[in-house]
Design a protein. Structure first.
Length: 186
């Protein structure tokens, strides 16, 4: 089976900064979506679910949206910005390289995931993941609420095959090799 083109679906992209680094995340919606307002609202609620886990310097830089079959991303309204509860001043240097990843599988078998940087869960990687590099929804109420939000709040997110994404009941947590290399260089 051939891969799908990256622009096969509508996409909402959020650019943000945390711990002096700039990141982005992208959500996909069915290819018939032309109004991003539902996605923006859902993203704001999702970030609100995770607000107690974010660093206090977590800042939205901009949000943009691209229609299906287009590579042109145009600015749209930002979602409600989280304030974060963890002190960025007390963050260990390594925390900037440790994202959590939300993982899904579509109803047709496609894969989906996105990464979120700037959570205060770096210590959890060593204390509570029992060596499996995962935090289940049973282990953290905020992660549980965020996963429920992904799965149950409209509009549904999709994988790149344009079928509804079913988000797993855990997040993966591990250092990102690219950011680790950058940290080593100074």
């Amino acid at each position: 089976m051939a891969d799908f083109a990256p622009n096969f679906t509508a996409r909402l992209r959020l650019r943000y900064s945390t711990l002096s680094k700039t990141h982005s995340l992208m959500w996909r919606a069915v290819n018939t979506v032309t109004d991003p307002s539902g996605l923006i609202s859902k993203l704001g609620l999702f970030l609100g679910d995770l607000e107690p886990l974010l660093y206090d310097d977590w800042t939205i830089l901009g949000t943009d949206f691209a229609l299906a079959d287009s590579d042109v991303f145009l600015p749209v309204a930002n979602p409600t910005a989280p304030t974060g509860a963890f002190s960025s001043a007390a963050a260990p240097r390594a925390a900037a390289a440790i994202p959590i990843s939300f993982v899904s599988r579509s109803t047709a078998g496609g894969k989906g995931r996105f990464f979120l940087y700037g959570t205060g869960l770096a210590q959890t990687l060593f204390d509570a993941t029992e060596g499996d590099y995962r935090i289940s929804s049973a282990e953290d109420a905020n992660i549980s609420a965020a996963i429920v939000r992904l799965n149950e709040t409209s509009p549904a997110l999709v994988c790149n095959d344009n079928h509804t994404a079913i988000w797993y009941e855990y997040v993966n947590i591990k250092p990102n090799d690219n950011w680790v290399r950058k940290q080593r260089r100074g």
